[in-house]
Ligand binder design. Structure first.
Ligand SMILES: Nc1ncnc2c1ncn2[C@@H]1O[C@H](COP(=O)(O)OP(=O)(O)OP(=O)(O)O)[C@@H](O)[C@H]1O
Ligand SMILES: [Mg+2]
Length: 392
């Protein structure tokens, strides 16, 4: 059928024609936004899920809702290497300058700008006070101790006070949160703790792989009280059917049940793959109703494209040892994927595989669903590994 009218969204981060099966998470986010801006307590949200389940799409939808609920929004993607703060400080600067431009001068907003200046020079995030280009004095003694846990909390409190003074709230949305350092995560947690204590209008919504760095001690008990951790997974069969059938119906195209079954069998309900399969199936189909033959024709195209793109770019970043580790993982079923079993296949002791495993976790390729277990963060990567490396 005509590719020009194809309703599906291939590629990461593209809004799907229908955002299926995420009502609970979106409602939870809406309750959070509505409560906090009224000065009521609510848990912030940290979503975790595998590659391609729709975390970025959800963050963008929450961003839209936050703006509609009266928030100023900061959306950042944690860089893999350079740390969160290098992205956060310029955004906070932009937000404060925006608040500063609204109507009459506000001492609160000016103060928050001064605090940002102190903060930036104290934590030295490659963003010194001078580079901030702020024509005002720093606030000595606030957010400039050099201890990130205290300083970030000071900064957030001052930013939230400035927002409150302007009768607005601040929503900080952070993507790829698995790349945050432990110190940064601990500091964010402490900052959210202070905001909650002072009932200030600032919320945090994060999204990342299920490899979020571990929190220990006091930060952990705070995190449990401050955050909800919804896990975002594959769609159920009924939801997946809706994601494919809905946009087709809207375009007056029918699809056979057998074709829907085949799409689900290939994609296991993972949103990224659903969009890819639905997109290619549409292009392959000659007419309505779409048949299982169109899906099969799409399968070979999608598989080739994924192998050259989506899977390949990840594979290319790996060392030989890391590839062998993943290949060994692909030899065991998900239920039996333990670090012990993988080491055994490779003929090593578990302990000597530790560094390889840690590198794969840092690269966002694998995660540990529970102690001693290991799995892929990219759905269907096991099948790709078997295709691309037929043997160990
Ligand atoms: N609820 C949904 N229903 C249908 N399609 C969806 C849904 N959520 C996301 N998608 C589609 O899935 C694809 C991947 O979404 P997205 O990029 O948000 O995933 P992600 O979890 O952020 O992945 P990554 O971890 O790789 O960043 C996009 O093409 C999007 O249109
Ligand atoms: Mg994403």
């Amino acid at each position: 059928m005509d590719p020009v009218t194809n309703p599906f969204s291939p590629g990461a981060g593209a809004p799907p024609p229908e955002l299926v099966g995420r009502q609970d998470t979106l409602e939870r986010a809406q309750v959070l936004l509505s409560r906090v801006i009224q000065g009521r307590a609510a848990k912030s949200i940290l979503m975790t899920g595998l590659r391609g389940v729709g975390k970025t799409v959800l963050l963008n939808e929450i961003k839209r809702r936050a703006a509609n609920s009266g928030y100023r929004v900061i959306l950042i993607e944690t860089p893999e290497q350079s740390g969160l703060l290098s992205h956060l400080t310029p955004q906070i600067r932009g937000l404060l300058l925006e608040l500063d431009r609204i109507a009459s001068a506000s001492a609160r907003v000016r103060r928050a700008l001064g605090v940002l200046k102190s903060f930036a020079s104290a934590v030295r995030v490659g963003y010194s006070g001078l580079e901030l280009g702020l024509d005002l004095d720093a606030e000595p003694g606030v957010a400039d101790s050099g201890d990130l846990e205290n300083d970030l909390a000071d900064l957030f409190v001052n930013v939230a006070e400035a927002a409150k003074d302007r009768r607005t709230g601040v929503a900080v949305l952070i993507d790829e949160l698995q790349y945050i350092s432990e110190l940064e995560l601990r500091s964010l947690t402490m900052a959210m703790h202070r905001l909650a204590q002072e009932q200030l209008p600032m919320v945090l919504v994060g999204a990342g792989l299920p490899t979020l760095p571990g929190l220990a001690g006091k930060a952990r008990s705070y995190a449990e009280r401050l955050f909800d951790f919804p896990s975002i997974g594959a769609l159920t069969r009924a939801e997946a059917d809706l994601a494919v059938e809905g946009p087709m119906k809207a375009a007056r195209v029918q699809i056979e049940k057998a074709a829907l079954s085949e799409i689900f069998r290939e994609t296991r309900g993972y949103p990224y793959f659903l969009q890819e399969w639905a997109y290619q199936t549409w292009n392959r189909a000659e007419r309505s109703p779409v048949t299982v033959a169109a899906v099969r024709a799409a399968t070979s195209i999608v598989t080739a494209r994924l192998d050259e793109g989506f899977f390949r770019v990840r594979f290319d970043r790996l060392t030989r040892a890391e590839r062998r580790y993943l290949r060994a993982m692909a030899d065991v079923s998900p239920e039996e994927r333990t670090t012990g079993r993988v080491a055994e296949i490779l003929g090593f002791k578990v302990t000597s595989m530790g560094p390889t495993r840690a590198n794969l976790i840092n690269k966002g390729m694998v995660y540990s669903p529970e102690h001693g277990r290991i799995d892929f963060t990219v759905p269907l990567f096991d099948e790709f590994m078997r295709r691309t490396m037929p043997s160990l």
